[in-house]
Ligand binder design. Structure first.
Ligand code: H79
Length: 402
C-alpha cells in the first residue's frame, strides 16, 4: 500500500542556484524581472552529470527523482516553445530535463515533475487568489491565458520525456478547474498528481517540512524535506540538518506508510554540493539497513515516543527520539521473542521478561503488580545517538494480539 515508490530525491535546480541563496531569491530581494532574467546568460552547468545524480539516489535506496521543471521564478529547465525564458537560451543550450530523463531510464529510476503554479516571468501569470505572486507593471491577470500556457507546457512535459511517475504542482491555485488534472491524465494515464493544483485534492497529500501526527496516513502521502533548513535550491551557507533529525523524520513518515522526498539543490555548475551528497549517502546507508521495518502496519506501544510497526509475527521498534539509558522496556509486550536485532548494524541484543514480584514469593495487591514486560538490555544508545535505531523483534507465530 501507500505510494508505489517510497523514497525519492527531490532536486531543486534552476538559475536561482547562481544566487547561492534560495530558490525564491528574486522574491526575497524584490528583484525586477529584467534584472533577474540576466541570470539566464550566466547559467552554464558544465559539470552537470545526471548519471551521477542517479547513482547517488540509487545507492541511497531511492527509487525516483522529482525535478523542478519550473519554479516560481518561471525559468524552465526544459526545452519549451512557450517562453524564451528557458534552458535552451542559456550558454549551456541543452535540455537538462531530457538528459535527466534518459539517465533515470538508464538507471531504472522513476521520474517525477515539479511544476510551479506561480510564474513570476509570465505576463499573464498573476493569480490574485493565490500566494507567492510577483506581478509587475503591465502584467495582466488572465486565468484563461494562464491555463492555456500551462497546458501547452504540460503537453511538452508529458510528451517529450517518457513515462512520468508523479506530477507535483506547487502552491495551490485556489481556483477549481478539474480539467487541468484531466488534461494531465489524458497524456499520462497512470500518473499520480499531488494536492496543490487547480482546486482538487489529486491523488496524494504533500506535507512539507513537517511530520504530521498519527499512526497511518489515511490517503496516499508523500512528505518532502530538504537536506538543510534554509533553502531547497543551492544555498552556499546552508544550515544542514543533523542525521539524527533526518533519520527520525524519514522514519516517522515511512512508518505511517508515507513516502519521502529528500531534497538537494545542485550548484550552478551542475554538481550536488558535497555536503548534501554526504548527507544523502549517510541517510541512505541508514535507510537501506532499516527499510524492512516499513510497508508494515502500526502497532501501539504504551511509550508514545517509540514507533512500532509489525508484519506478521515480526515487530519493529523504532526509536526516533533516542534513548536516555541503555535499556528499553516495551509495554505491553509480555512474551519472550525468538530474537531481537538492531537493524542499524545487525547486532543481536539481550532481552528478558521482567519478573513478577510474586515469582519471588512476595505478595502485593493485584493493582500494584508489575506486568511482565519485555526488556531489552545494553543497547548501544550512545553509539547510535545520532540516528534512529530500529529493532526487529521476532516472535513465535500467534504470540501477540496484532
Ligand atoms: O519548492 C519548495 C518551496 O520553494 C515551495 N515548496 C517547496 C517544495 C514553497 N514556496 N513557498 N512555500 C513553500 C511555503 C508556503 C507554503 C504554503 Fe502551502 C502554500 C502554505 C500554504 C500554501 C504548500 C501547500 C504547503 C502547504 C500547502
Amino acid at each position: 500500500m501507500g505510494m508505489p515508490h517510497k523514497f525519492g530525491m527531490f532536486v531543486h535546480w534552476g538559475i536561482y542556484s547562481l544566487t547561492g541563496y534560495h530558490e525564491q531569491a528574486r522574491w526575497r530581494f524584490f528583484t525586477p524581472r529584467a534584472e533577474y532574467r540576466k541570470l539566464m546568460n550566466e547559467f552554464n552547468p558544465v559539470k552537470f552529470d545526471p548519471d551521477e545524480w542517479v547513482r547517488l539516489a540509487k545507492d541511497a535506496g531511492m527509487e525516483y527523482i522529482c525535478f523542478t521543471t519550473k519554479h516560481h521564478d518561471g525559468f524552465c529547465m526544459f526545452d519549451t516553445k512557450y517562453t524564451d525564458f528557458n534552458i535552451m537560451n542559456t550558454p549551456y543550450h541543452r535540455d537538462v530535463l531530457k538528459e535527466l530523463s534518459e539517465a533515470c531510464a538508464r538507471g531504472g529510476l522513476a521520474l517525477s515533475l515539479y511544476y510551479s503554479n506561480p510564474d513570476w516571468d509570465y505576463k499573464y501569470g498573476f493569480n490574485s487568489h493565490s500566494s507567492h505572486q510577483m506581478p509587475e507593471k503591465g502584467d495582466v491577470e488572465d486565468i484563461e491565458k494562464l491555463k492555456e500556457f500551462q497546458k501547452n507546457q504540460i503537453r511538452e512535459l508529458l510528451t517529450n520525456y517518457g513515462k512520468i511517475y508523479t506530477f507535483f504542482w506547487d502552491i495551490p491555485m485556489n481556483i477549481y478547474d478539474p480539467s487541468m488534472n484531466e488534461f494531465i491524465r489524458s497524456l499520462q494515464p497512470g500518473i499520480l498528481i499531488d494536492d496543490r493544483g487547480w482546486g482538487d485534492k489529486g491523488d496524494f497529500s504533500t506535507p512539507e517540512r513537517c511530520v504530521p501526527d498519527g499512526h497511518k496516513f489515511e490517503r496516499l502521502t508523500e512528505a518532502c524535506q530538504s537536506v538543510g533548513e534554509q533553502s531547497w535550491g543551492y544555498c552556499a551557507d546552508e544550515d544542514y540538518f543533523t542525521n539524527r533529525y533526518l533519520t527520525a523524520s524519514i522514519d516517522r513518515i515511512r512508518a505511517m506508510d508515507g513516502s519521502y522526498l529528500l531534497n538537494v539543490g545542485p550548484m550552478p555548475d551542475g554538481r550536488i554540493p558535497e555536503r548534501s551528497a554526504e548527507i544523502v549517502r549517510r541517510v541512505g546507508k541508514w535507510y537501506n539497513s532499516v527499510k524492512e521495518a516499513f510497508d508494515t502496519e502500526p502497532y501501539l506501544l504504551e511509550n508514545r515516543s517509540l514507533v512500532c510497526t509489525k508484519r506478521g509475527s515480526t515487530l519493529y521498534v523504532h526509536i526516533p527520539d533516542g534513548l536516555n539509558s541503555r535499556g528499553l522496556t516495551l509495554k505491553p509486550i509480555d512474551v519472550l521473542p525468538k530474537s531481537v536485532t538492531l537493524l542499524n548494524d545487525g547486532r543481536k541484543l539481550k532481552y528478558a521478561i521482567t519478573t513478577r514480584p510474586e515469582d519471588k514469593g512476595w505478595s502485593a495487591p493485584d493493582n500494584i503488580l508489575r506486568r511482565q514486560t519485555l526488556h531489552i538490555f545494553d543497547m548501544p544508545a550512545d553509539e547510535f545517538a545520532d540516528e534512529t535505531m530500529v529493532l526487529r523483534i521476532k516472535l513465535d507465530e500467534g504470540k501477540i494480539e496484532v
